[in-house]
Design a protein around this ligand. Structure first.
Ligand code: LFR
Length: 487
């Protein structure tokens, strides 16, 4: 029996999960050890991650597990992409971990991107334009005249920072490094010229390594020392590694704070069609590319729930399912939803400015979001079909958002495709799976998917006839065409 711990950091909630893998039966069991809230904090006028809080929760939970006498064969950390931490020569943290939701790049990213030439950038990196890509964050940092800027010796992506805190070793996982927008998508090497253009130093980074690599050991005390093995440290890469995708005609949606809709491809897709659709080509755990589209997902719902603290997501979904569908629609990727001071006001303003009725309740607001997300999934799938030449006959939804039966059903109805949901804890499972591959307990990526498919429950949703669908699609297109979400 192997026991492995995944620290899975999400933008709003984080989990420490313990998995048991039985090599004889090839079965996996997962147990939640601890779940804690993650939130943004304002520091020196910027929106930051509370690194001390995260580190404290991680270390306290891991130590408690060891003290209880749990045998642990390995540990690995994954989190959202693009965000990073700067270290000095002695390995001390410099400044804060500024969040990708901070506005510091919103203006400058477009200017810098235009200056570099997006087409050239896209051909080299395969990475979508998002104002928060690490490339643009570094550029913003280099222009901030921060007093410690000259002391930067290394830049680590967030999960690798926690790996460093556990082991003292510096490591750059390929999957998360690909989200920086500074890797050559063909060679997987850092594009030094681009790094320099961002005002950064190529020496701050080193060669990336594939998930499954042993980073070092965490010496808990004189008696205990545990291997730290790199998972796919980008949560989306981990989630997709755990998605039981058995053929090329199934598209996935990794559903959480974001909805990431995509396919796996042996090569990056960087045609003008892909560029125009702002598809990204992120590095996959299994050396495949994650060709996908970012759609602002549960973030919008989380933003609504802030205004109704007594409601939980299940109640909200239940009430929304009783609302009339396709009344008001939004383009979920409109920049006004990245970090509004009030999500409710942002949706209301959007409806007013697009001549639509203003949703009058939490459930009407949520219904507007769910309908719009499903329509946006449909468009993304079409863009993926055009860019890849594939035809999809099924959708697999994984991650926390896959528990949302209303959205799963709307997705099936609007996309007119069968949907299968699960596993819910996809990022943690992908994290665990690659540690087990690193330990030699699981043979390879495909075997991992079979094991996960056989070990965890799934649920099916079949497309139904939806009367007002065509007019909703037309209305949605009118909205998304006017949104400045692409360059
Ligand atoms: C999802 C995710 C997305 C990435 C966004 C920002 O949690 O990792 O893949 O585009 O967060 O990092």
């Amino acid at each position: 029996m192997y026991q492995v711990v995944a620290v899975d950091l999400g933008a709003t909630s984080a989990r420490v999960m313990l998995a048991q893998f039985d090599p004889l039966n090839q079965s996996l069991k997962l147990q939640q050890i601890h779940r804690f809230a993650n939130h943004l904090v304002k520091r020196h006028g910027q929106l930051c991650w509370d690194i001390e809080h995260l580190e404290n929760e991680i270390f306290t939970t891991l130590k408690a597990l060891v003290v209880k006498g749990k045998q642990i064969d390995a540990i690995g950390v994954d989190s959202w992409g693009v965000d990073f931490i700067c270290l000095d020569k002695l390995g001390h943290r410099l400044g804060e971990a500024v969040s990708y939701r901070d506005a510091r790049t919103h203006q400058s990213s477009r200017e810098f991107c235009e200056q570099l030439g997006f087409e050239k950038l896209y051909q080299q990196t395969g990475i979508q334009f998002q104002p928060f890509n690490t490339l643009f964050q570094l550029k913003a940092l280099s222009q901030e005249s921060t007093e410690w800027f000259d002391q930067i010796d290394k830049v680590l992506m967030l999960p690798d920072y926690f790996h460093y805190r556990l082991t003292g070793q510096y490591h750059w996982d390929y999957t998360n490094a690909s989200t920086t927008g500074m890797l050559n998508c063909h060679s997987g090497q850092w594009l030094d010229e681009l790094v320099r253009a961002a005002g950064a130093n190529p020496n701050w980074f080193a060669t990336t390594e594939l998930p499954g690599t042993v980073i070092g050991r965490w010496d808990v005390d004189d008696e205990h020392s545990i291997a730290v093995i790199s998972p796919p440290t980008h949560d989306t890469a981990a989630a997709i590694a755990a998605a039981p995708l058995m053929n090329d005609s199934t598209a996935y949606i990794s559903s959480g704070t974001w909805s990431l809709i995509g396919i796996e491809s042996p090569e990056p897709l960087t045609s003008s069609i892909a560029q125009l659709a702002n598809l990204t080509n992120e590095g996959g755990a299994n050396r495949q590319f994650r060709v996908l589209k970012n759609v602002m997902g549960m973030w919008l719902i989380e933003g609504i729930l802030v205004h109704w603290p007594a409601l939980d997501i299940c109640q909200l979904c239940q009430q929304s399912s009783e609302e009339k569908g396709f009344v008001s629609l939004i383009d979920p990727n409109d920049p006004c939803f990245i970090n509004p001071h009030s999500m409710v006001e942002a949706i209301e303003d959007y409806c007013v400015s697009h001549g639509q009725p203003v949703p009058q309740s939490a459930s009407a607001l949520a219904r507007c979001v769910f309908d719009s997300l499903a329509l946006s999934y449909r468009d993304s799938l079409q863009q993926l079909e055009q860019a890849s030449g594939r035809r999809f006959n099924a959708i697999r939804i994984v991650g926390g958002g896959s528990q949302n039966h209303l959205l799963n059903q709307l997705c099936a109805d609007v996309c007119q495709l069968p949907v299968t949901s699960g596993p819910v804890e996809a990022s943690a499972l992908g994290n665990i799976g690659y540690q087990l591959i690193g330990l030699g307990a699981i043979k390879d990526a495909q075997t991992l998917r079979h094991i996960i498919a056989n070990s965890f429950a799934e649920k099916s949703f079949f497309p139904r006839l939806t009367p007002k669908l065509n007019s909703a699609i037309t209305r949605f297109h009118q909205l998304s065409q006017v949104s400045p979400n692409n360059l």
